[in-house]
Design a protein around this ligand. Sequence first.
Ligand code: SF4
Ligand code: FES
Length: 274
Amino acid sequence: MRVTLKIWRQASRGGSGKFVSYPVDNVNPDMSMLECLDVLNEQLIERGEEPVAFEHDCREGICGSCGFMINGVAHGPLPATTVCQLTMRHFKDGETLTLEPWRARAFPLIKDLVVDRRSFDRIIASGGYISTSTGGACDGNDILVPKETADRAMDAAACIGCGACVAACPNASAALFTGAKITHLGVLPQGKPEQDRRAIAMVAQMNAEGFGGCTNIGECTGVCPKEIPLEVIAAMNRDYLRGSWRARDNVVTPIRPFTEWSTGSKLKNDPTGG
Ligand code: SF4
Ligand code: FES
């Protein structure tokens, strides 16, 4: 099959960008979208042109490295599928596919289809872990976890941090991602001791990174390759509100007002330089 890839080309964050169309012949329908880009890049290199920059690692839908918009949809038209797992047979012969990077203030562009998603790393670093004493591994089943709780935690832990939820959201909100990370630890007994502090710190960091507020539109869950449910945002809200209330007299932990992160209006300390 033959497709035309209309790709956003931009050499650097500061530079200007534009769409450039590249016809690609002899596309195998069983190729993934990324393999189609590999073919194009080989041709570009042979012609002495700059290859298209895009991120990838596992190419099996588990690392979260890949991701861009295809015809305006994050990760393309197939539900619950990353672009590395999206095969070309899902497009028509002769179709033109428009590829562009995630567009969000908190994801500054690096080059072509690659954006800087370190804001996600900083959200995780602010509280997405449990603290535990080191030593010998405890016995299996030492801490009993109900099946339903384990399932909820596993569902939330499926988030691969790809950023599609942010790209699809008209507010560029990271609520689904942050909610998934807060929920997968917060529902387990091991995550309970730091539940309040975790929610407050991660929401505060999400705010500081310049993500927008959640207004319950639901585009995020619609494009999420791991089908993270909106329920994690409700869980985040509950943890944040409860933690803020319990910590209301704590002068050591700075607490941002609920409305501040809800509206996403405060963008102080934006480390992206936005
Ligand atoms: S919630 Fe879904 S779309 Fe968002 S980062 Fe996680 S896996 Fe990607
Ligand atoms: S390359 Fe790892 S999820 Fe796509």
